[in-house]
Design a protein around this ligand. Sequence first.
Ligand SMILES: NC(=O)c1ccc[n+]([C@@H]2O[C@H](COP(=O)([O-])OP(=O)(O)OC[C@H]3O[C@@H](n4cnc5c(N)ncnc54)[C@H](O)[C@@H]3O)[C@@H](O)[C@H]2O)c1
Length: 438
Amino acid sequence: MKEAAKSIKPADGKLAVLLPGMGAVGTTFMAGAMMARKNLGHPVGSLTQLGSIRLGKRTDKKNPRIQDFVPLAKLTDVVFGGWDIFEDDAYEAAKHAGVMKNEHLDLIKDELQTVKPMKGVFYPEYVKRLHGTHIKSEKTKADMVEALRADIRNFIKDNGCSRAVAVWCGSTEVYIPPTDVHASVKTFEAGLLANDPAISNAQMYSWACIKEGVPFANGAPNLAVDHPAVQELAREHSVAISGKDFKTGQTLVKTTLAPMFKARMLGLSGWYSTNILGNRDGEVLDDPDSFKSKEVTKLGVLDYILQKDLYKELYGKLVHKVRIDYYPPRGDDKEGWDNIDLFGWMGYPMQMKINFLCKDSILAAPIVLDLALFMDLAQRAGMRGTQEWLSFYFKSPMTAQDLYPEHDLFIQLMKMKNTLRWMKGEELVTHLGNEYYD
Ligand SMILES: NC(=O)c1ccc[n+]([C@@H]2O[C@H](COP(=O)([O-])OP(=O)(O)OC[C@H]3O[C@@H](n4cnc5c(N)ncnc54)[C@H](O)[C@@H]3O)[C@@H](O)[C@H]2O)c1
């Protein structure tokens, strides 16, 4: 059944895309988007740039591009900016990250050099392996938030933007579960004034963004926007938030295969995943406290997909292990191995081995672009708080309170496309009547 289309403000003017953290992922995203808008390269992996959406029945043969269906900001209207704790401009940082080749970076060198990071907010206890030098020196955490807010306002003004969106591409912070200070806006603001140690760097960025009406997506596993105080603030200020931890490499594979095993009622006794990674992210994750944040988001997916309690005989004894080893010679070229011990008819055992030689930031960059454009769309459509329809992009999707997250990639894709149809008042595709995923 068709509903009325939602009222969506047009994508007029320039959009500031602000990244806290301009490392491998951040600069690969910027460089690629700059190349794409000059037709110097193809934005492979981006649904907002390449994806289509089916409307009506399959026989209607209506499949517009997503970017022609919903009013997204154009790449040519994007202005890039961000913060980092090192002062390299985006060209230097991209070279240092070593993801894209110099022959590509040199095509857009001048433009990349104009993106100079603003000074970061950095209390080193949350990322122990880095020693930032380009950092703010305000006295309290409340002052830090105010300084970030001033950065946002100045950036928007100086670059003639009509609005902004933020995607956290900063390092993974140590694992800190929410405490009493995260209970409400009031307790959090008191905590900022008192320099409460439970308030991390990422949480100061998200607080500043939301107070400036800037939607915030969290690409790392730390709790930047999933604690009660920040969710209350997002609702109060009518700002869209989403997270957490970009779903790339191994988890992308896992959330595609696990639903297959479950759909066919095949059993699993073990799933061992290990990775070697040599970039700065790998170095940060070498610290056990930062790895703990990653482990939590990586381990959760199978529990939710397999529904152990419902299928005890198939998944009740599953042993699931995840390892990441910092191995500098590989740089950003991550290598992942999965060993899956499964069983079939009459309990007969089988094995599956996967060896994924991926490029971490090449997989993450299109996600940054899509999140920036979809979060801006959500904001203009008046959709505040947690944007669960963007679960497709996250390892550990945030949900409304008391709901469990949906990890199955194809359910996530259906949910995302149906949300776009719903925004435009188009009929939802439910796959009844012999219809399949488009
Ligand atoms: N496929 C992927 O690459 C992938 C997938 C999922 C999640 N992530 C997450 O995305 C994030 C970025 O990954 P990356 O490979 O670009 O890492 P990176 O180390 O290359 O970049 C992170 C950048 O953040 C900066 N930084 C750290 N703390 C900061 C702060 N408080 N303020 C401003 N800048 C700060 C660092 O100086 C660095 O330049 C990491 O948290 C990573 O875990 C990456």
